[in-house]
Design a protein around this ligand. Structure first.
Ligand code: AKG
Ligand code: FE2
Length: 318
């Protein structure tokens, strides 16, 4: 991979402690249409919680491959993605809701022989805070889509959403400075929304409509939010699920925490009639959420990269 030019992207920053004004709603709507990415601050997740979660996660990743492989990909627990699946430089641990604590217990019991109580408590706190944050962000996105949409759709469409956390660890090769490498290939997320904490190493990039890769520069205290395929389909393309990737440029370890907030498996994803302008057709056929997840998960290619394995390839009304 040749060196990519560094093009930082200016995205709106949403202060979660303040009420939305009409101009902040407008700039958020534009960013969701153009990029499907924005930042949030004052989100209620403390630096202390991040520091603890990152330290414990790094301890888990530093264990031997034999121990980590007990968690997956071929074990029934299946909460670990080892190197060489998404990329040679990427490995990942998954903690699932709604009971983050019990998911964390199972995972940490395998890793550390006994459940690591501190790790479990921190993962449960993080999981629950992310669930609440996702709901608050969805409320704002519904307000971007139209007057009264929050009242109409938040409960009826999004109250059964579930979440899971993927802790991503990137280990670049030593000679990385000679040639950049993809730590995580181009993909779209299968979620409604994803909330990402990236450490200060950076490397997350989003693809513009013109096909240029733009850098999402990490800034302390800010989280990245991006729209996933399920919400792109539900909003009839008004909220964009953009292709993104992670590029490794420096010989330093990188950690990220990606929280995915998704519709329940049995939900039929279909854009509400009210969202369609007069004469506008649905761009996606209504589909069962779990059928889409299966379509993506049945192949590692679909899970982590490659165009075609997106909701456009699955349900577009062509
Ligand atoms: O590591 C990152 O910054 C982003 C990870 C990501 O895109 C994902 O896990 O889907
Ligand atoms: Fe992603």
């Amino acid at each position: 991979m040749s060196k990519s030019t560094k093009i930082p992207l200016e995205l709106p920053i949403l202060d979660m402690s303040k009420p939305m004004t009409s101009s902040s709603l407008y700039s958020l709507s534009q960013a969701c249409k153009d990029w499907g990415f924005f930042h949030i601050t004052e989100h209620g997740i403390s630096k202390d919680l991040y520091t603890k979660l990152c330290t414990l996660s790094n301890q888990a990743f530093s264990l031997s491959p034999d121990i980590k492989l007990k968690l997956g990909p071929s074990s029934s627990i299946n909460s670990y993605t080892p190197h060489f699946i998404a990329s040679p430089f990427f490995e990942s641990l998954r903690i699932s809701g709604p009971n983050f604590s019990s998911s964390a217990k199972i995972t940490t019991a395998v890793l550390f022989e006994n459940p690591n109580i501190e790790f479990c408590e921190i993962l449960a706190e993080y999981g629950h805070k992310m669930m609440e944050l996702s709901r608050r962000i969805m409320t704002i996105l519904l307000n971007c889509l139209g007057d009264g949409f929050e009242t109409k759709y938040l409960r009826s469409e999004f109250s059964k959403c579930h979440g899971y956390l993927r802790i991503n660890s990137y280990t670049p090769p030593r000679d990385i400075e000679l040639e950049e490498k993809e730590g995580l290939g181009m993909h779209t997320d299968m979620s409604c929304i994803t909330i990402v904490y990236q450490d200060d190493v950076g490397g997350l990039q989003v693809k513009s409509k013109e096909g240029k890769w733009m850098d999402i520069i990490p800034v302390g205290g800010r989280l990245v939010v991006n729209i996933g395929d399920l919400l792109q389909a539900w909003s009839n393309g008004r909220l964009r699920s953009s292709q993104h990737r992670v590029v490794l440029k420096k010989p330093v370890h990188r950690l990220s925490l990606a929280f995915f907030w998704c519709f329940e498996d049995e939900k039929i994803v279909s854009a509400p009639q009210e969202l369609l302008e007069e004469g506008e057709e649905r761009i996606y056929k209504p589909f069962l959420c779990c059928d889409y997840i299966k379509f993506r998960e049945n192949s590692e290619r679909g899970r982590f990269d490659k165009v075609g394995y997106t909701v456009d390839g699955f349900a577009a009304n062509m």
